[in-house]
Write a protein that binds this ligand. Structure first.
Ligand SMILES: [Zn+2]
Ligand SMILES: [Zn+2]
Length: 123
């Protein structure tokens, strides 16, 4: 079946796949099928499950990170526009402070936008 190697534990038996944790060849007798891959039976099942858990968690985090910076851009961009608007057309005594804060928010918006481009560029 597919894999051109022998079982690590039984050198005379041909392997059906490799353990996800240690990459050793496993025959049907030694392989524990976990659904998303195989592991050394009674040895690496938990490790492979942990690995799978971390990978799926990272995938979810990456997906969330792709969405959140966009919210960041919109939020910071909106706040920047509001504060700059207050600064330019609002009451004189707070205008400079509002403009500075608005400019700060716009810088954050640009940084978040750059972050999005970096994340999207990789995938
Ligand atoms: Zn074996
Ligand atoms: Zn293993």
């Amino acid at each position: 079946m597919g894999v051109d190697m022998n079982c690590f534990y039984h050198p005379d038996a041909s392997a059906v796949g490799v353990c996800k944790a240690c990459s050793k060849g496993l025959c049907p007798e030694c392989a524990a099928d976990l659904g998303h891959g195989i592991a050394c039976k009674n040895k690496h099942e938990q490790r492979v499950e942990d690995l799978e858990f971390i990978i799926s968690k990272n995938t979810k985090a990456l997906r969330a990170a792709k969405k959140n910076p966009l919210i960041g851009v919109l939020f910071f961009g909106f706040m920047g526009a509001v504060f700059c608007g207050f600064g330019l057309w609002g009451r004189a005594e707070i205008s400079w402070l509002s403009t500075v804060m608005g400019a700060g928010f716009l810088v954050f918006a640009v940084l978040a936008f750059i972050q999005i481009r970096a994340v999207w560029g990789k995938s």
